[in-house]
Design a protein around this ligand. Structure first.
Ligand code: NDP
Length: 460
């Protein structure tokens, strides 16, 4: 018998930790998992899932408006925030219970408590109990950060609180230009709020393709979202239930809610890592090798706490690969190249692979194919919107190295396109694929002209 109480102790019950625990147990390991808040973690409890439900809710307004051009007359619509939040909470509770039941069915012991590493093989829980584990997995995720302290910062909320507001704020100021900022801008605006987005850089979604950034901003502004760039929130003053938001540019905005979406930091503190000698990387995450092993041989880390690619499916892959490596006798490294990603903004963004700028910097020759066009649905609805589809191609090998889509259904389209990009498909393979008409995605296989001139003009 082993000297340890368990073979694996997982700290953190988010998507990555849950997957690792379940698969390790299925490999025959004795597994214990500690979660201090709710099983499901950021994605299920206060991230991807509730966010997408809010995104769905926010899109009905446009659907109702668009219906008129198709002959529908609708009764006066109205929206009730508490109903949405209550229904969302019910679904999240159902998912949490399902996650817990699934873990227990796999034989994992779930403890709802805060746990920390005491030494290379010991976990200390806040109830005083200690558990000896052959392997410890850190899967503690990340948490919102608020940037530099400014006067009145205590009035700002993060996305965590946005999911539990008692009512829909009529006027919202959001600071940040990343995923969470643009997604919540779309949610609040779609539900009827006046939204101002404040971003310190030149344009939102830094790191994304420049055409994508420009297109999204243009459409967000068309949909009534005010975007201020090149400035920051300098101070927030409270007056009753309202706030006065002072910008570094000198502008002053009134708001009922001020939300900061200024990034997330790995949860590495107060869990005994430094004391145990677990090295922290320059980016603030736990430093790990390709098998997610930390600088202490018996301690591994996966997901957002490693600050590699902070996306749920990546954490799940890392958790699964860890369990296969350590308990399944099958060393598996996770491939972080060509990970597709979507931003559920209004309009939606879906991307995989290199941006045009990255390709031009890395490849001797880059070809770019772009199409910008009014989607068929917008003809009768009269909606002022355009879709952007862009392929970035290695000019020497003809391989499609990047695919970028902005418009309705972008996330669904990019998941399929990502298979081709991951397989190393060439532009000729895209061209050889028969178009499916009439769809937005058909443009992926019908673009013939290289860049500069758009294949289908917006006016078409
Ligand atoms: P991001 O890193 O995506 O964006 C942070 C934003 O805040 C950037 O625009 C950044 O500006 C700005 N910022 C950072 N610090 C400051 C500061 N001190 N003052 C003013 N602005 C600042 O973080 P998010 O919080 O939006 O999301 C966290 C992560 O969660 C994402 O990176 C992603 O990995 C994941 N996520 C994924 C989603 C999805 O898959 N759909 C949805 C939501 C989150 P700058 O660009 O200049 O650095």
């Amino acid at each position: 018998m082993s000297d340890y109480d368990v073979d694996l102790f997982v700290i953190g019950g988010g998507s990555g930790g849950v997957r690792a625990a379940r698969v390790a147990a299925q490999h025959g390991a004795r597994v214990m998992l500690a979660e201090e808040y709710r099983v499901g973690g950021t994605c299920v409890i206060r991230g991807c899932v509730p966010k997408k439900l809010l995104v769905y809710a926010s899109r009905f307004r446009a659907e109702f408006e668009d219906a008129a051009g198709y002959g529908w007359t609708l009764a006066q619509s109205s929206f009730d925030w508490p109903t949405l939040i209550a229904n969302k909470d019910k679904e999240i509770a159902r998912l949490e219970a399902a996650y817990t039941a699934m873990l227990e069915k796999a034989g994992v012991t779930v403890v709802k408590i805060r746990a920390a590493v005491a030494d290379a093989h010991t976990v200390q829980m806040t109830n005083g109990k200690r558990v000896r584990a052959a392997t410890i997995l850190i899967a503690t995720g990340g948490a919102p950060t608020f940037g530099d302290p400014i006067p009145g910062i205590e009035h700002a909320i993060s996305s965590n609180e946005a999911f539990h507001l008692p009512s829909l704020p009529p006027q919202v100021v959001i600071q940040g230009g990343g995923y969470i900022a643009v997604e919540f801008a779309g949610i609040f605006a779609g539900l009827g709020a006046h939204v101002t987005l404040v971003y310190r850089g030149e344009n939102i979604l830094r790191g994304f393709d420049d055409d994508v950034r420009a297109h999204l901003r243009m459409d967000m502004e068309k949909h009534g979202i005010r975007v201020f760039t090149g400035c920051k929130v300098a101070a927030i003053a409270r007056s009753g239930s309202r706030f006065s938001v002072q910008l570094s540019s000198g502008n002053q905005i009134s708001a009922d809610c001020v939300m900061f979406a200024t990034g997330r930091a790995p949860n590495v503190s107060r869990i005994g890592l430094q004391e145990t000698g677990v090295a922290i990387a320059k980016n603030g995450g736990v430093a790990v090798d390709e098998y997610s092993r930390s600088s202490v041989a018996s301690i591994y880390a996966i997901g957002d706490v490693t600050n590699r690619v902070n996306l749920t499916p990546v954490a799940i892959r890392e958790g699964h690969a860890f369990a296969d490596t350590v308990f399944g006798g099958k060393p598996t490294a996770v491939d972080h190249v060509n990970v597709p990603t979507a931003v559920f903004a209004d309009p939606e963004v879906g991307v995989v692979g290199m941006t045009e700028a990255q390709a031009r910097a890395r490849l001797p020759q880059t070809d770019v194919y772009k199409a910008m066009f009014k989607p068929l649905k917008a003809t009768l609805s009269g909606r002022d919107t355009t879709v952007l589809i862009k392929l970035v191609v290695d000019g020497l090998t003809d391989r499609v190295v990047g695919c970028h889509i902005v418009g309705e259904g972008a996330a669904e389209m990019i998941q399929a396109a990502a298979i081709a990009v991951k397989m190393g498909a060439k532009k000729a393979d895209f061209d050889a694929t028969m178009a499916l008409h009439p769809t937005t995605a058909e443009e992926l296989v019908t673009m013939r002209k290289k860049s500069a001139s758009y294949a289908r003009e917006a006016a078409e």
